[in-house]
Write a protein that binds this ligand. Structure first.
Ligand code: NAD
Length: 469
């Protein structure tokens, strides 16, 4: 039976970093090395200021770093030492090139796999951790097998990650399930058992699901597609609510009480963001097209179309209540991360909204408790601008140190991220209102109760929305 003693993780990002830090924390008998090509990212992982913000992450990393947890740019050495290698590199949606469209860009997965094949000097279990289209493991296997010898054998597993940013450590310590797919061969099943043994250091055995490789790969795309679908469904209903006088929260509550539906992911919002939902659904759409299943592709595409519509509808609502023009009006945007408790801004609804405000010549003031100003400048600059992003964006956008500063003199406050510090028991909305230009408008959902805002401050609002994912 294979016993894993040394693990390497290729990719020290939002997934590789927390996942393997928790693994080291829970398996003190296993040496874990997380590697990345980015020197800056590895330097940050080795510093007091970790490159990503996740509640509880510091504690886990500081506890194990230097004992059985290491961060390095020496990819080859870590590959050579390891018995098991997680491939946790980025798999963005392709934007340009021949095979573009909505395909996943698997260049990073391929290059990490080639590196393993080239430098390995002993047998390895290679684990696909990145989210990939179904049957990507076959391509990885072909690359690895081309380099295998009688002495060096590669097994490939799929072990998709279900953590959610903002609750990553909690999710990793106490996962709903761990999914491990393997080829149903003797050696595939032995490798699968070896990874099951690693996880059962802390995960109850009945939460570790073993399947064939392809079910595991597809399950990850399917889970994200279904979660996003619920958000698009409630958002589609929110448009009907606004037109009819129904209250979307009441509708969500009533629907959620049906035990067949459940209450989670039924909160109306400005639309989902983050690096995964849109990308993974587009992967599913692309896969369906490749499999010549156009109706299936259309079905999933609608989830993304609805999400785009929701963002545009929210902006239209804001402009219309601000007397159909926002030219030169000051709009305070509270929150820039795609959701609370993360500094990640990838595909954040805030970016779409603010770009629309800029397009309409508004003056935008932004405050987010965790996102670095430099990140905001990069996200709001014209595509392709690497140098001078700050100068370009600063003409229309002010980055503030507090919600009060952002709201000072504003015509409207728009809460885009549901950070706890924007709740009405944390932020003094009467003070916010007092500093605003009148009539003052506030757009939000849920973190502040509109009735209370209206009682305390007199601010008006349209049907508000806030992201929940
Ligand atoms: P990320 O961009 O934060 O991190 C990926 C890292 O891989 C980068 O630091 C990059 O420098 C590094 N890298 C790329 N190629 C490399 C190579 N050849 N050698 C060494 N390092 C290399 O991405 P992420 O958010 O961690 O996502 C990783 C994968 O996990 C993606 O497939 C994503 O879809 C999936 N996933 C993400 C989440 C999430 O919430 N972010 C959740 C579940 C699954």
């Amino acid at each position: 039976m294979t016993v894993v003693k040394n693990i390497c993780c290729i990719g020290a990002g939002y997934v590789g970093g927390p996942t393997c830090a928790v693994l080291a924390y829970k398996c003190p008998d296993i040496k874990v090395t997380i590697v990345d090509l980015s020197e800056a990212r590895i330097a940050a992982w080795n510093s007091d200021n970790l490159p990503i913000y996740e509640p509880g992450l510091d504690q886990v990393v500081f506890e194990c770093r230097g004992k059985n947890l290491f961060f390095s740019t020496n990819v080859d050495a870590a590959i050579q030492e390891a018995d098991l290698i997680f491939v946790s590199v980025n798999t963005p949606t392709k934007k340009t090139g021949m095979g573009a469209g909505m395909a996943a860009d698997l260049a990073y997965v391929e290059s990490a796999t080639r590196r393993i094949a080239e430098v390995a000097k002993s047998s390895k279990i290679v684990v696909e951790k990145s989210t990939v289209p179904c049957r990507t493991a076959q391509s990885m296997r072909t690359i690895l097998e081309a380099n295998s010898t009688p002495e060096i054998h590669f097994d490939i597993l799929s072990n998709p990650e279900f953590l959610a940013e903002g609750t990553a450590i909690k999710d990793l310590l106490n996962p709903d399930r761990v999914l491990i797919g393997a080829l149903q061969t003797e050696s595939g099943i032995e490798a699968q058992n070896a990874l099951v043994d690693v996880y059962t250091h802390w995960v109850p055995k009945d939460r570790v699901i073993t399947t064939n490789l392809w079910s595991s790969e597809l399950s990850k795309l399917a889970a994200n597609a279904m979660l996003a679908q619920r958000i698009s469904s409630i958002n589609a209903l929110s448009a009907i609510c606004e037109a009819t006088g129904a209250d979307v929260d009441e509708v969500a509550f009533a629907c959620g009480k049906d035990t067949r539906l459940g209450s989670k992911f039924l909160k109306a919002s400005v639309g989902f963001g983050g690096s995964c939902f849109q990308k993974d659904i587009l992967n599913l759409v692309y896969l369906s097209q490749q499999l010549n299943l156009p109706e299936v592709a259309d079905y999933w595409q609608q989830v993304v179309t609805m999400n785009e519509y929701q963002k545009k509808r929210f902006v239209r609502n804001i402009i219309s209540t601000l007397f159909n023009t926002i030219t030169n009006k000051k709009i305070a945007v509270l929150g820039f991360a795609f959701k609370k408790d993360t500094g990640d801004t990838r595909e954040s609804a805030a970016i779409t909204l603010i770009k629309d405000f800029m397009q309409e010549n508004a003056r935008v003031a932004i405050y987010d408790p965790k996102v670095e100003p430099q990140q905001i400048y990069m996200d709001l600059a014209e595509p392709g601008v690497l140098v001078g992003a700050q100068e370009q964006v600063e003409k229309k956008v002010q980055i503030c140190q507090s919600a009060y500063e952002a709201a000072d003199g504003a015509d409207a406050v728009v809460i885009v991220t549901e950070w706890d510090e924007f709740r009405d028991d944390q932020l003094d909305y009467a003070k916010i209102y007092a500093g605003m230009n009148k009539p003052a408008f506030l757009y939000t959902k849920d973190t502040v109760t509109m009735d209370r805002i209206q009682q305390t401050s007199g601010a008006k609002s349209t049907q508000p929305t806030i992201p929940t994912t």
